[in-house]
Design a protein around this ligand. Sequence first.
Ligand SMILES: NC(=O)c1ccc[n+]([C@@H]2O[C@H](COP(=O)([O-])OP(=O)(O)OC[C@H]3O[C@@H](n4cnc5c(N)ncnc54)[C@H](OP(=O)(O)O)[C@@H]3O)[C@@H](O)[C@H]2O)c1
Length: 340
Amino acid sequence: MTADASHQPTAPSPASSSSLTAPGASSPSLLPRAARVFVAGHRGLVGSAVARRLAADGHEVLTRSRDQLDLRDAARTEAFLRDARPDAVVLAAAKVGGIMANSTSPVQFLEDNLRIQLSVIAGAHAARVPRLLFLGSSCIYPKHAEQPIREESLLTGPLEPTNEAYAIAKIAGITQVQSYRRQYGASYISAMPTNLYGPGDNFDLATSHVLPALVRRFHEARVSGAPEVVLWGTGTPRREFLHVDDVAAACALLLERYDGDGPVNIGCGEDLPISELAEVVRQVTGYEGSVVWDTSKPDGTPRKLLDVSRLTSLGFKPAVALRDGIAATYEWWLAQQRTG
Ligand SMILES: NC(=O)c1ccc[n+]([C@@H]2O[C@H](COP(=O)([O-])OP(=O)(O)OC[C@H]3O[C@@H](n4cnc5c(N)ncnc54)[C@H](OP(=O)(O)O)[C@@H]3O)[C@@H](O)[C@H]2O)c1
């Protein structure tokens, strides 16, 4: 079984390739050299970055587009995995969306994700795949979890209602991974990234996350000569952002070095007010008008920051500075615009 040649990963940016300083590098890696790794969801923001990183590390990346293999189809997914016989699977395929999509289609967010996870994790076990990394998200944690959010706060309180169906599917995935570990001794692990951004991000204002939305709005304001950009809320809520090349580096590190039962948070350990983020984006896009905060609009949670001590104890250090990462993402998006 060969990789999907039309989507071969390219090398990561130089910044990401120097981001790991794993201690105990002399201890044997849990991932063989030149391993065959199936990256499920390789066209997505996270999966594409993971595929680039693993390829740059000398691994053989196996991919299947959704047209070739719908991962909700358990029988076909298991047959693919039995045939491909990868050394590891990275599960970065998911039905993902913003508040609006989550609120209007909770059935799809629950069922598609449960089905993808059942197919891929159970299929990997049936096909005797020795290693698997399941990716969830920080929305699995209780709405009022103590900050910074530790992995131990999982299942200690009510979830944010707007994405509860998605979060519960992801929590089921964590439990599935833990159950395969406990019942069968499988070396399967899970990781929960913070807010991510980078090349491959979604810039559609109807469905995008805050960072690409800010980039697009400031860019369009500059191009149209708009005197001001109006943003929702007070700008005071604090959020954490990590570049996808850093999340990919963290995934590679976890595949090599982590074999624990609990999920591992992936973040940079630092947050900033949305107003500061907006100022960085304003400067990067070259917009010179003013920023107006519409304080009649809701702010959302005051702070969302992950405790990343479990990850940093393995030697992880993010390599991409926020301003540089935003500038590179802006360049990527402009290039996409030019090529249509
Ligand atoms: N983006 C973030 O800020 C962020 C933050 C924290 C955690 N995460 C987590 O990271 C994971 C990936 O997120 P992402 O942002 O990379 O999402 P994404 O860009 O939407 O990519 C998801 C990928 O999954 C594929 N997929 C979805 N349903 C499929 C199916 N039934 N069969 C085969 N492939 C399917 C999609 O294929 P198509 O290309 O064909 O649609 C796409 O390639 C998710 O678990 C998410 O919770 C993301």
